[in-house]
Design a protein around this ligand. Sequence first.
Ligand code: AMP
Ligand code: MG
Length: 400
Amino acid sequence: MITVEEAFELIDQQIVDFGFEEIVFQDCLGRVVAEDIVADRDFPPYHRAAMDGIAILHADFDKGIRDYKIVGQQIAGISQQALEGEATCIEIMTGAILPAGADTIIRYEDTEIVEGQARVNLEGIHQGANVHIQGKDCEKGVVMIPKGKTLNIGDLGIIASVGKEKLKVKKLPKVAVISTGDELVEVGDQPKEYQIRKSNVHTIAGLLQKQGIEFTLHHFDDDFDVIKSGLEEIVQHHQVIMMSGGVSMGKKDFIPEALEAIGVKKHFHRVKQRPGKPLWFGSNEKVTVFGFPGNPVSTLVCYTAYFKRWLQKSTGLTVNKTTAQLSVDVEFKPDLFYFMPVSLQFEGATLTAAPQKGHGSGDLVNLSKMDGFICFPKPGAPKGKDLYRAGESFEIIFPV
Ligand code: AMP
Ligand code: MG
């Protein structure tokens, strides 16, 4: 059996580049951009009114002029107007282009408008007040979003603003999610006494959907020939296979054997960790296969720690590392890596992790309290440590 660190190294050796694809900008959230996004104009593209009010020339104000004749209205979306000499102003609305001859905007709140005249009720104002200067945020031609960035909501707004209706992003793999087990029935079915409804495939599907990954759902009964021929077919049309169940030591756990029979090379089977010890990982030139143990907590831990790691490295998705302080002492005797469900909350500025141990890897009910998994021990910590103290910080990994 290998350690978690060794398993990570083996995962890292199987990174796949899926190339790129062109998508419509509406679908770009959370994707990794595969081209630089460049400003097609200055941002803002013209001197933009940041407030509703009147546009004046600051030199007039400096001369002591407080009463201005209103000579027009500069509304957002109309072409540029112009002041008509000393002591004139133009009413201006937020988002409008600054009129020619003006350099400063005085808010309506600081004026009185009476019969075509605006009186300014201010002792002082600086030149350029309330004007968002052309090019202040970004100049034309500058890279606004570099290739390789995972696109966030702000990026979506930028991409729309520069008129990129379509853009290149890193391609994601097509995934087959397979449940295995004679005891499993569909969500809409009434289970018999000795049966349960499938949940793992649906939790995995939910996570993949959030990630924007296309997937198909499948089921195999615990029958070697069924599994083997089913896998032979699925391998043709997917780049990733994620299976839950059938990788442990049971009499009906045929998955490792079936995978090897169809030519998927095993990179590892069984990791010194809790939960999820029976994890199986392999690949061939067509497909990368994650065989997760079927217990719901194990499946989620293995998806989070291994599949997400592989996906991030394969597609360049950004991972934000989070650490949190343990809220209570945790004792854990076996010399295994431990991924423990925790709930997270802020206590002042400190993120604390409260263990939600539950009743082991089959305790699906307990997962409702889980925000993520805390990772014991820290990388490089001495082996055999079995007491983790309240207040110590550890990495947290998130399924979502
Ligand atoms: P296995 O890894 O096949 O030995 O399964 C371990 C435990 O996980 C068994 O109690 C299974 O019934 C359960 N299990 C396997 N697959 C699923 C699934 N898709 N949804 C919920 N539980 C499952
Ligand atoms: Mg099973």
